[in-house]
Design a binder for this molecule. Structure first.
Ligand code: FCB
Length: 450
């Protein structure tokens, strides 16, 4: 059957500056924490770095030609802060600004809506040297940078995202240490988490002051917490897991307070919160971006992992599309939300180029198809979803995993920089053209209705 989407649905694909641009020290760009981290031996698989990555900085016109071939209606990308403000505050790098200017003009010429993220993890190293996000002052530098970008691009870019996944920034960067800057300290983690929220609020103010007509949002990663069964003990455990791991940013932004269980999570590491912070953090937004990849399955006895019988991606993440519909319904029920965009969804699989020169990535195609269908069903349930960005347009630098995980609907050969549109990409272009997904939804996967 055909699942048809509203005519103005924004079909797109997403990338992030450090993962694709390369040109890490060209044209006046400053060092970022990811440059520093990836250049530190032992931090990234195989010693991979984003020094060159997909060389998008030099190939952006060819890359936009590929987007056009795919028929993308929108492109979600991020700006490298140290490319435009090398030390994070102070001197501006005109050549960095020019790059994003040319990128946006070329997107608009190709009839592709730019969907801009200000921070996808590449903090200027100079700010890290002053304490990074642990230092509340970084938020003021971020707001100045946001205003700078709006003054330059606000006449052409409508969608402005402050942060991509504050949870990953705080926790992976400062608790597990698997991401830059590589701290392992709970006290720092929770102060960073709060300061990111303050920085978000300051940036929202700065963007609106510079241009009140823009649409401003934030992107959160959500996995949801499914109960393992209808047993009340499993349901109770899943609710605790939901509150502990999924609401830490949703609540302050959309309810104006931290989750009631915040003390269970942070213990003695409660961050310093100033008067007025919660009002700053909970300013009205124009959209919420949700990045969805997998789910948590929770029993009274703990998280079930692996889930018997489930398919897993190359990241070790369970494939469970109906969980996306459940998540969207839960968000809709528990919060008063602005329109939602799925700002990332996709899967890493170990693709190969076939002798026919193609990449037959059926598993990725199926993954996307099932998640598109579940999103459409959630929309029928009443959730206001306005667009969808596949992660990722290209195979790219997957953070601590380096180049070992391929998420693209377009393959990148890192030796030659050749791009090949995979079968999933060809199929996606048909979905976009038809504004409709052909597929069927197995009744057995029907999410429980609460
Ligand atoms: C998300 C990130 C994105 C990419 C995907 C796989 O957490 O936002 O950059 O790494 O995961």
């Amino acid at each position: 059957m055909a699942y048809t989407f509203p005519s103005n649905f924004l079909w797109g694909a997403a990338t992030a500056s450090y993962q694709i641009e390369g040109a890490w020290n060209e044209d006046g760009k400053g060092e970022s924490i990811w440059d520093r981290f990836s250049h530190t031996p032992g931090k990234v698989t195989n010693g991979d770095t984003g020094d060159v990555a997909c060389d998008h900085y030099h190939r952006y016109l060819d890359d936009i030609a590929i987007m056009r071939q795919l028929g993308l209606k929108a492109y979600r990308f991020s700006v490298s802060w140290p490319r435009v403000v090398p030390a994070g505050r102070g001197i501006i790098n005109p050549r960095g600004l020019d790059f994003y200017d040319r990128l946006v003009d070329a997107l608009l010429a190709a009839n592709i809506e730019p969907f801009l993220t200000l921070y996808h993890w590449d903090l200027p190293q100079a700010l890290q040297d002053q304490g990074g996000w642990e230092n509340r002052d970084a938020g003021h530098a971020f707001a100045d940078y946001a205003a700078l970008m709006v003054k330059r691009l606000g006449d052409r870019v409508t969608y402005w995202t402050t942060f991509n996944e504050p949870g990953v920034i705080a926790f992976d960067g400062n608790l597990s240490g698997e991401h830059a800057p590589g701290n392992q300290d709970a006290r720092i983690t929770f102060q960073v988490a709060h300061n990111l929220m303050v920085a978000h609020g300051l940036a929202v103010q700065a963007i609106r002051a510079a241009n009140p007509s823009l649409l401003v949002g934030i992107v959160l990663n959500e996995w949801g917490a499914d109960p393992a069964s209808n047993d009340p003990a499993d349901i109770a455990a899943a609710n605790v897991a939901w509150e502990r791991s999924e609401t830490h940013f949703l609540d302050p932004i959309f309810k104006g307070h931290y989750p009631l269980a915040v003390h269970d999570i942070v213990g003695n590491d409660m961050p310093k919160i100033r008067d007025g912070d919660m009002a700053l953090i909970s300013q009205k937004l124009d959209y919420l971006g949700i990045n969805f990849y997998s789910r948590n399955l929770i029993a009274a006895t703990g998280t079930i992992d692996p889930v018997p019988g489930s398919e897993y991606t190359d990241m070790g993440w369970e494939v469970c599309a109906p969980a996306l519909r459940r998540l969207l319904n839960r968000l809709h029920k528990e919060y008063r939300l602005p329109p939602i965009y799925i700002t990332e969804n996709g899967a890493a699989f170990p693709d190969e180029v076939s002798p026919d020169g193609c990449v037959h990535d059926e598993r990725r195609l199926d993954y996307l198809k099932n998640h598109f269908i579940q999103t459409r069903l959630a929309m029928q349930d009443g959730v206001d979803v306005r667009g969808y960005f596949v992660w990722s347009l290209f195979d790219n630098f997957e953070w601590g995993h380096g180049f070992t995980k391929r998420f693209g609907i377009v393959r990148v050969d890192y030796e030659t920089q050749q791009r090949i549109i995979k079968d999933s990409g060809r199929w996606y272009s048909q979905v976009i053209a038809a504004n409709s997904v052909e597929g069927y939804y197995e009744q057995g996967l029907e999410p429980p209705r609460s």
